[in-house]
Structure formats: C-alpha cells, structure tokens
Design a protein around this ligand. Structure first.
Ligand SMILES: C[C@H](NC(=O)[C@@H](N)CCCCN)C(=O)O
Length: 431
C-alpha cells in the first residue's frame, strides 16, 4: 500500500476563475454528501415509532458508514493518488447516490443498512478526493482558506439535514421515507456537481496546469515510527473528539432533545442545526486566526475543553439548551479548523497522506464504536420519552470520552505547543 505521493507542481497554474468555479462545484458536492451523512438523525424517532427500530439499529445505520472505512480509507487514498481527484470524486459520488437511494427505498432494515454501508464506502474516499481537488487548484495560494470554505459549505449540508424537518415539514408528516428520498435527491445533486467538476477539470489537467502525482512511495509500517509523540496525541484527540461529536450530534442528539428536553422534532432539529450553522461561518474564521497567530495547540485544547463542558451543562444544569449549543458550536468550529493544519505541521509533507489516512482509520473505528455503544447503553437503560433518565449512561460515556480527548489535547500542547515547535518536529521527522 502506498502513502500519498509527493506532488510535482506545474510551472503555470489554472486561471483563478477556473479554480474558484471548481472550488464551488467541489463544495456543492460536499454539501450533498454531508446532508446525506446527517439524514438519519432527523428520522431516528420516526424509524422507531413507525418501523419499530431499536436505538441499536438506529445507531448501526450510522456506525455502518464508518465500519468499512476502518480499512478502506487507506485504500481510498491510494486510489485517489492513482486515478486523480476528479475521477475519484465522480466515481465515489455515484457510489454515494446508490447508497442513499438504497437507504431510502429499501423495504427492510438490512436493505437500509446495506445502503448506509455503500454510502460509507463511497463517502470517506469522496472526502479525500475533494480535499485533493482543492489542493490541486489552490496549492500555494489560499489553500487553507479554500479548504475552510469548502468544509464550511459541507457543514451547510449538515445544517440543511437538521433543518429538514422544518423546511420539508410536509415530507416528515408523511413518515420516515420521504425525508430519506429527499436525501437521495440531494445526493444526485452532489453527483451532478462532481460530474461538472470532472468535465471542467479535463482542460487544465490536459494542459499540464495541475500537480501530478509522483511515483507512489511504498507504504512501510516502520514509517509510522517516524511520527512523533505529538502526532499520536493528535490522533487520539481526533478519535475521541470526532467519536463524541459525530455519534452524538449526528445520531442521538435530536432524539435526546425531544425526549429529555421536551422539544418537538422540528425544534430539536433546529437546535442541533445551529452547531453546524455556527461552523459555516466560524471554521474559516478560526482557521484564518490560527494562521495569523501561528498558534495551534492552545486553540485545539480550548476547543476540546468546550465539548465536555457543553455535555455536562446539557445533562446536569437546568440552563437553556442555547448555552450548550453555543459551546458545542465553538468547539465544532475550532477543533477541525486547527486539527488539519496542525497535522500537516506535525509530520513531514511526504508522510502527510499516511498520517491522515491513519487518523481516519482510527477515527472511523471510534465513530462506529461510539454509535454502537451509545445505542446499546440507551437500549439497556430503556431510554425513551417516558424514561429520560435512561439517557444518563450515554451522556456519561460521551462526557468521559470528551474529557479524555481534552486530556490528549493538553498532552499535545505540552508536547508540541511551543511556538513553531510543530515545524521543528516536521523537520526532525523528515530527517
Ligand atoms: C474533514 C473532516 N472529515 C472527516 O474527519 C471525515 N473522516 C469524517 C466526516 C464525516 C462527516 N461527513 C471534517 O468533516 O471535519
């Protein structure tokens, strides 16, 4: 298996207008992808009341997205390097559409789970391909800002999914299926945007205006030993923080708001959606700020700390949900804005692909494990509207995991927090 090969930069670059047009198409494709990813949470309650699904089954619909990627994401990175970002974006968008359609139109649970599995197989490699696409067109000019913007528009897709009970109230009134059919329609839009990107990309690629992958380096397990301690703390934080935020926010929070805080479905979806809305604006802004101040680890530790505080406030304090939503909104904007640039500083550039692949392998294992464990805890404790206390074990689990994440962020800060230490570390790794 090979890591991301070093790129050969062309002497000329694609025109700025083309780059931004491609950036917009890629962002639109990401929007659709993130909408589908987050389409299960809003129908979780309907799936239980209308189809009799247990919490474990609902959790499995999201866990199964991550499960194949525990292995496949490394392969996905290699395929992106081999076939190029545009082709892989298009192919994986097609797989995602097939998965979304199967989820929406399957008559039984196994069909739906197979749809989510297929969607997961496509979606994570799709994510790598879109990052590579932005790197192709913005390498050396506004890369972080362009990536932040694309991620922000992806978050708008998550926001849209949470707002869907309000925007598509008539569809929700008909039951669980029409909202998932809408998600399949959004996946089709993502495919169209990917198709347009692939078509537009042919010109600059043929003209030699894009970076070309150099000969793939052999993946050697020993390479992992080159990553410093700070990288492993970052990986642990990535696993713990994303497991909590994605399992809770994308699977259980809407139902939790309904059952524990007495919100109706539309209000619960709206409350959840504000986290994503905050991220739309704040992610590029935080990225810009960290770049300017050239400090990463302290911001990361602060963002990681806000998550356990938010969960504690949500579960224990009699305060408005607005408080915890605002805290999670800042954490959800700050941590990703810092994590990916920091990762690129902790490892040598030639190891960056391997480093991200490994982080996402562990992250996917963590997210699926957290989804399954949270569903099991809820089922064991009989969590429901009639028994809101049954959500206690799940909240204790998420709280503990997020505290451990904060501990990793602190260790990372002590290891790599000194100004510019990250770059020194990268130089050592490269040596
Ligand atoms: C960029 C980063 N993406 C990931 O970490 C993915 N492995 C998982 C994304 C799942 C939601 N679409 C992010 O979205 O912050």
């Amino acid at each position: 298996m090979s890591s991301t090969p070093p790129r050969t930069l062309p002497t000329a670059q694609p025109p700025r207008a083309t780059a931004w047009l491609i950036g917009a198409l890629v962002a639109l494709a990401l929007f659709g992808n993130y909408y589908v990813y987050d389409s299960i949470g809003p129908v979780a309650d309907l799936l239980q009341s209308q189809r009799g699904f247990s919490d474990s089954q609902v959790g499995l619909l999201n866990a199964i997205y991550s499960l194949p990627n525990v292995v496949l994401i490394l392969v996905g990175g290699v395929l992106v390097d081999r076939f190029g970002a545009a082709r892989m974006t298009l192919w994986t968008a097609l797989v995602c559409l097939a998965g979304a359609a199967l989820t929406a139109f399957s008559p039984n649970f196994s069909g739906m789970a197979t749809g989510r599995l297929l969607f997961g197989i496509g979606a994570e490699t799709f994510s790598i391909a879109t990052l590579a696409a932005i790197a192709d067109y913005f390498g050396g000019r506004s890369l972080a800002f362009a990536m932040g913007l694309a991620l922000a528009i992806g978050r708008l897709g998550s926001f849209g999914a949470d707002m869907s009970p309000t925007w598509f109230a008539a569809a929700y009134a008909q039951g669980w299926q029409p909202p998932l059919a809408i998600a399949a329609g959004v996946a089709a839009t993502s495919l169209l945007a990917s198709l347009a990107y692939w078509w537009l990309d042919r010109g600059p690629r043929r003209a030699g205006l894009l970076p070309t992958g150099a000969k793939a380096e052999k993946f050697v397990w020993r390479d992992l030993l080159h990553f410093g301690r700070a990288y492993w703390y970052l990986l642990a934080l990535c696993v713990l923080w994303y497991s909590v935020i994605l399992a809770f926010r994308s699977t259980y929070s809407i139902k939790y708001f309904q059952h524990v805080h007495g919100l109706d479905l539309a209000a619960a979806g709206q409350m959840n959606s504000y986290v994503f809305l905050a991220a739309v604006f704040a992610t590029p802004a935080f990225g810009w700020l960290c770049d300017r101040l050239r400090r990463y680890a302290p911001f990361l530790a602060f963002g990681a700390l806000l998550l356990p505080i938010a969960l504690a406030v949500m579960a224990l304090a009699p305060w408005s949900l607005w408080v915890s939503t605002a805290l999670i909104g800042v954490s959800f904007s700050l941590v990703p804005a810092v994590m990916w640039p920091l990762a690129s500083r902790l490892v040598a550039p030639s190891r960056f692909g391997t480093a991200i692949g490994l982080m996402w392998v562990a992250q996917n294992a963590g997210i699926s494990g957290a989804n399954l464990l949270a569903g099991w805890l809820n089922d064991q404790a009989g969590a429901s509207a009639a028994n809101p206390a049954g959500y206690g074990p799940m909240m204790a689990f998420f709280g503990t995991a997020s505290l451990l994440g904060f501990a990793c962020a602190l260790l990372l800060w002590f290891t790599a927090g000194r100004r510019h230490h990250e770059q020194e570390q990268a130089s050592r790794d490269a040596a």
